[in-house]
Design a protein around this ligand. Structure first.
Ligand SMILES: [Zn+2]
Length: 499
């Protein structure tokens, strides 16, 4: 028997819902929220009971390990579901209960909300015990209608394929909703299914004023190899910047669209209008919807830019070399901490915003999986390598100030006869210094696994301004540390998205 490797991919479809379907998806999202909160409350109550049982037993002289072993456990999905089935009631037969309306939504809504509660709980526990790397995960919070995202997930029944594209490219069939019109197209999804992909689930969520369906599929992995054209093009170095979106080692400069700056005025206007309204009024509700809509428009435009850039990079060259940016550190609050207050706060807040605007983290994530798809290789250069300070021709060190936008080598003629953009010079160094990472490798030293900051405390601690200054830092020659493994299916946001 041969094992076929699979990839999980999500196809995102914008939906054009009928009024009836809109009320159905709202109802499902509400049910998912209710079920999550129900499961979380059950877990928290069990935790209280468990703690007091252990405390009482150890106070009575029992062995702490034995007390823990015999104390009540935290219930998970099957237990919670079983218990709820006894008391949920049924409004069709007039039986009162906790959620007699359960039959009006898909049963998968409950199941996936319980699974999400399990995941949130174990993320918290693993973070407490240090099993989970990265940023601390706090105690799961109850979902509120105001704060939480409207979303629910329906799983695919393989024996009875309930989720499938309808005839043509413009409709998809979803249980309980029927045939839903799609605003974009199901073409890519259909092609994937024709190639043997199997639908796993559909997550329906609201962003701004629109509802989307993310169809998760499990597709047999195809070993992509670089094309002749990619091999001929070789390696491209990419310097992701604030001044430009990216500078390439072949001299191309891709301008930063700065969507945020353009959209900011509109957003600010909407936010001011919201601030002037009275709490609980109809005008406030409408104004809040407008703010949400402006945010959403911005996010959509930003996503398009990122997808276009990463697709071009990964399809045109055999190797894409980038710098390993510490996005978490770069976007850290400009105000700093009490021990190390930030300097030049206003300017850096602007810089941080620009960095967020360029969505570095997302760019890196996309390059990661798209290189895998299109047969190219991702190479990463240590983030402490002085890429902007070295001459790409002769390797001489030039002490460039951040304000100097062009590179001029003090030792050779590079940058003397022609104008060399400092970021293009950096991109050439990145291309030369980067080390290939294994396909599908998770982010290395970015937000997920931030290593302790080796720089001295105090002073300039945030922003690429520091990184680009003349500093010799440890580890410049060592290959980057890698964590392995594919994104977990539970984390929808970390899945490759086909768009
Ligand atoms: Zn030189």
């Amino acid at each position: 028997m041969t094992t076929v490797e699979h990839d999980l991919r999500a196809y995102r479809l914008a939906l054009d819902l009928t009024a009836e379907q809109t009320s159905a998806v709202r109802q499902h999202a509400g049910a998912a929220r209710w079920a999550f909160n129900h499961a979380l409350a059950a877990k928290l109550a069990a935790l209280d009971a468990r703690m007091s049982t252990i405390a009482a037993a150890t106070a009575a002289g029992a062995d702490p390990a034995a007390a823990r072993a015999s104390a009540p456990r935290i219930p998970t999905k099957p237990t919670i579901q079983k218990a709820l089935n006894q008391i949920k009631g049924d409004d069709r037969t007039g039986v009162d209960g906790l959620c007699p309306w359960w039959n009006s939504v898909s049963t998968y809504t409950f199941q996936s909300a319980f699974a999400d509660a399990d995941q949130a709980w174990s993320n918290w526990m693993n973070s407490l015990t240090g099993k989970r790397a990265g940023r601390r995960v706090g105690r799961p919070r109850f979902k509120s209608k105001r704060r939480s995202r409207d979303s629910f997930r329906i799983h695919h029944d393989v024996k009875n394929p309930t989720i499938r594209p309808d005839t043509g490219y413009r409709r998809i069939i979803v249980p309980r909703l029927g045939s839903v019109r799609v605003h974009n197209s199901t073409k890519r999804l259909r092609r994937a299914l024709d190639r043997g992909a199997v639908i796993q689930s559909v997550t329906i969520s609201r962003a701004g004023h629109r509802w989307y369906a993310a169809v998760l599929v499990k597709a047999p992995r195809t070993a992509a190899a670089p094309t002749t054209r990619q091999r001929a093009a070789g390696r491209i170095g990419v310097d992701l910047g604030v001044h430009h979106l990216a500078a390439l080692s072949d001299g191309t400069i891709i301008d930063n669209p700065r969507h945020h700056r353009h959209a900011r005025a509109r957003l600010t206007k909407a936010q001011r209008a919201l601030a002037r309204t009275q709490k609980g009024s109809n005008r406030r509700r409408r104004a809040a919807a407008t703010v949400g809509r402006r945010h959403h428009e911005l996010a959509e435009r930003r996503a398009t830019t990122t997808h276009t850039l990463t697709k071009q990079l990964t399809t045109r060259w055999a190797t894409v070399a980038i710098e390993d940016l510490n996005v978490a550190g770069m976007t850290r609050s400009a105000r700093g901490t009490i021990e190390a207050p930030g300097t030049n706060v206003a300017a850096k807040a602007g810089l941080n915003r620009a960095i967020l605007d360029a969505s570095f983290g997302e760019l890196r994530r996309q390059l990661n999986y798209k290189t895998d798809w299109y047969g190219s290789t991702l190479a990463v250069c240590d983030r402490w390598a002085p890429t902007s300070q070295l001459c790409a021709e002769c390797g001489e060190r030039a002490n460039l100030r951040l304000s100097q936008r062009t590179f001029r080598c003090p030792a050779c003629t590079y940058g003397h006869e022609t104008i060399v953009d400092r970021d293009v010079n950096a991109a050439r160094n990145i291309a030369a210094l980067a080390v290939a990472v294994a396909p599908g490798t998770e982010e290395t030293q970015t937000a997920r696994r931030a290593e302790p900051d080796p720089r001295p405390r105090g002073g300039n601690r945030s922003g690429p301004a520091v990184k680009r200054e003349d500093r010799t830092l440890p580890g410049a020659a060592t290959p980057v540390e890698q964590s392995t493994g594919h994104p977990k299916p539970a984390d929808q946001r970390s899945l490759p998205l086909v768009s």
